[in-house]
Write a new protein. Structure first.
Length: 684
């Protein structure tokens, strides 16, 4: 069993803490700039940063023009570098610092990589802007083509060239590469090649002056580049202290990962800036392994890892609980940002509607048959069907809705089912399945058939199976298709009756939608006026109803059968589903992220619409308990059901479970490896 400290250490789970530093500069004063860099390096060390990126030419200043060619300036810069190497001997962070560097009668605009007093390497800038306000070719030579070289600098001998990739020997996935400012704006940035060679974290030292809209352009480039190269991108731009003769500087800093911003620093700030975030380098490595196109690109470039020098260093930081500098969404399928949630709901709903509309048109079915229980899943499937019929110009009267009360069906849910069918104007009917269920149970010699109150899984599945059996026969009789209502979360957990049950239909319109998202899709339909006020009133009532299969009668206190009491909170199950299935994360890493997301109900942002009663916290013991059950159900019990699911549209980029799409797995697999991984999660 892992200790709590080992479990809570970010380095145990493949994270690397990165920082972007924006020191106040002093134009043309390397000693003062070196002191400012040292102060931020010490602050970063106190925050346990692993990698810290400074702006372009931070040691000398960028906007000093012809002073770059002054011997006094260059000598002072090298002296400041020597002092900085000595001053940072005891500091753990790797520093990436910009400085002008002389070599073989040329001056280069370089990124210096420093660690514990050692100069690990020097990377020259390749693309030198020489247009509009830029005049860099007046002072600097390009590093293009410089590979396999070395340099003597500040009393040390170090690798020199554009072919450097830095790798920690003792921290897997701590692999980074460096480019400078304009390199980032090129059609093919140098970091494209180093990323294809293995760098997971890309660093950009910038002195890009600010103009209206440029901050948006930088962020757009970082988002696109980090997504395309499956990497993290750390950007630090020069700020106050640079000469403002004809230009101005905003000190922009940000950290992106796979196209998503992890952190963004303030602009136009006069205080020293230190932006910190934990990059999931382990996830990046795993994503590249799954993303075959990334490796195809490396082959197309003739295997760049063969042309890149990997500079090894010993990071020397033992795993420890240093907190977590990263926001983790409680609901990975439900964005907390209202604008993005609105956009996601719009797309998800229309994907479902268009998928069903195509199936209806292609099949030539005259009618659609659906069981309506008054629960969330059948409600959502029905409103999707209504919209699909509207778009096809077909009468909703050709949607045949059936409510089929069983032994534990509540009056409230049955009433909601009838109210919804009437409000939508579909053909509605009711079939009481209890007589047929009693007969079947009696024929089976089940205790309930003899009058004994035995409510086992057979008792439940007889009801579920009869409902689907009726729907299929009704579809045969009335020239229709059976519309499935089961969702992605239920498929993941195997919480669906196999064969003639809710696992089967002619089209599984909800199969790509997780339970947590369905509630928000219904809310979105209400908020955007997809239906009339009468329908919206019924939808509100259904949203307020406890999730229950209603297959077992209420207990002596009137308590209903609760799905979540049996299989765990859907919020946690959807969290596990996203991180394990979409990203292939280990149980320990999944629990680590879940603990940070859910341990404090008062922290972070909740998506609008989550009821107060559901805004709860889960401790590690609770997370561990439900995760173990999820693993047993997903990997050890349920794949045979997913292997036989009907067609249904993929909705979320988080994945789907169709054997014809995202997820292929053996039906007779075992959860042993995942359950063994639970040992890395402490009891509390």
């Amino acid at each position: 069993m892992a200790t709590a400290a080992e479990f809570r250490a970010i380095h145990s789970h493949g994270f690397v803490r990165v920082g972007a530093a924006t020191p106040p500069g002093t134009a043309g004063d390397p000693a003062a700039n070196g002191a400012a860099i040292r102060a931020l390096a010490e602050a970063a060390a106190a925050r346990q940063v692993d990698l810290l990126v400074f702006p372009e030419l931070a040691l000398s200043s960028y906007a000093i023009d012809d002073l770059h060619h002054q011997e006094a300036m260059l000598a002072a810069t090298e002296a400041a570098l020597a002092d900085l190497l000595v001053a940072t001997e005891a500091l753990a962070p790797v520093l990436v610092v910009g400085a002008p560097v002389r070599r073989n009668g040329r001056l280069y605009n370089c990124a210096l990589v420093l660690h514990r007093g050692r100069l690990l390497g020097v990377v020259p800038k390749i693309f030198l802007p020489n247009y509009r306000e830029y005049y860099e070719k007046r002072w600097f030579a390009s590093g293009a083509g410089l590979v396999g070289q070395r340099i003597a600098l500040a009393g040390q001998d170090a690798p020199f060239g554009a072919d450097l990739l830095f790798a920690a020997e003792d921290l897997p996935h701590f692999l980074f590469a460096v480019e400078t400012c304009e390199d980032f704006w090129a059609p093919i940035p140098p970091s494209t090649e180093t990323a294809l060679a293995g760098a997971l974290i890309l660093c950009n030292l910038s002195a890009s002056n600010v103009t209206i809209g440029k901050a948006r352009d930088r962020a757009m480039l970082a988002a696109a580049h980090s997504a395309r190269t499956v990497s993290a991108y750390v950007f630090s731009a020069a700020g106050p202290g640079e000469s403002t003769t004809d230009l101005a500087w905003d000190g922009q800093s940000f950290i992106y990962e796979l196209g998503i911003p992890l952190a963004e620093g303030p602009r136009f700030a006069h205080a020293p800036g230190l932006l910190v975030a934990d990059v999931d380098a382990g996830r990046l490595a795993a994503e590249r392994m799954r993303f075959g196109t990334f490796n195809d690109a490396a082959q197309r470039l003739c295997h760049p890892e063969q042309r890149v020098r990997r500079i090894a260093f010993h990071h020397g930081v033992a795993p420890a609980d240093i907190g977590f500098a990263r926001a983790t969404a409680r609901f990975p399928f439900v964005p907390a940002d209202p604008a993005r949630l609105d956009e996601d709901c719009y797309e998800a709903f229309n994907i479902q509607v268009e998928g069903l509309a195509k199936r209806l048109a292609a099949s030539g079915a005259r009618r659609l048959v659906i069981g309506v229980s008054g629960g969330l899943d059948s409600t959502h499937a029905l409103i999707v069907a209504a919209k699909a019929f509207d778009r096809l110009g077909r009468s909703r009267a050709d949607i045949l809705g059936f409510t089929m009360p069983g032994f534990a069906t509540g009056e409230a849910t049955k009433g909601n089912a009838w109210a919804l069918m009437r409000a939508l104007g579909i053909a509605a009917d009711e079939i009481d399945i209890r007589p047929a269920a009693r007969q079947m149970l009696a024929d089976m010699d089940h205790p309930f058939g003899r009058g004994e109150p035995v409510y086992d899984v057979t008792f439940e599945n007889v009801q579920a199976g009869l409902r689907t059996d009726y729907l299929f026969r009704l579809a045969n009789q009335r020239e229709g298709l059976v519309l499935g209502t089961g969702d992605l979360s239920e498929l993941a957990l195997g919480w669906c009756t196999y064969g003639v049950g809710d696992q089967m239909s002619h089209y599984a319109v909800n199969a790509g939608v997780p339970k947590t998202l369905i509630q928000f899709l219904i809310r979105w339909c209400i908020a955007t006026g997809q239906y009339d006020p009468a329908t919206n009133a019924v939808l509100e009532a259904i949203l307020a109803t406890e999730i229950s299969p209603e297959l077992v009668p209420a207990d002596a206190e009137g308590g209903l059968q609760s799905t979540e009491d049996k299989i765990g909170p859907y919020a946690l199950n959807d969290f596990f589903l996203h991180h394990i299935v979409r990203f292939g994360m280990s149980p320990a890493k999944t629990a680590f992220l879940a603990w940070h997301a859910w341990r404090d109900a008062a922290a972070g942002h909740w998506p609008d619409g989550v009821p107060e009663a559901k805004r709860v916290a889960y401790d590690l013991a609770t997370i561990r308990h439900w995760l173990a059950l999820f693993l047993r159900r997903f990997f050890g019990m349920s794949q045979f059901k997913r292997s036989a699911i009907p067609n249904g549209p993929k909705v979320s980029s988080g994945g789907a479970l169709s054997p014809r799409g995202d997820w292929r797995a053996p039906a007779d697999g075992t959860a042993a490896a995942w359950l063994a991984g639970m040992e890395a999660i402490p009891e509390r």
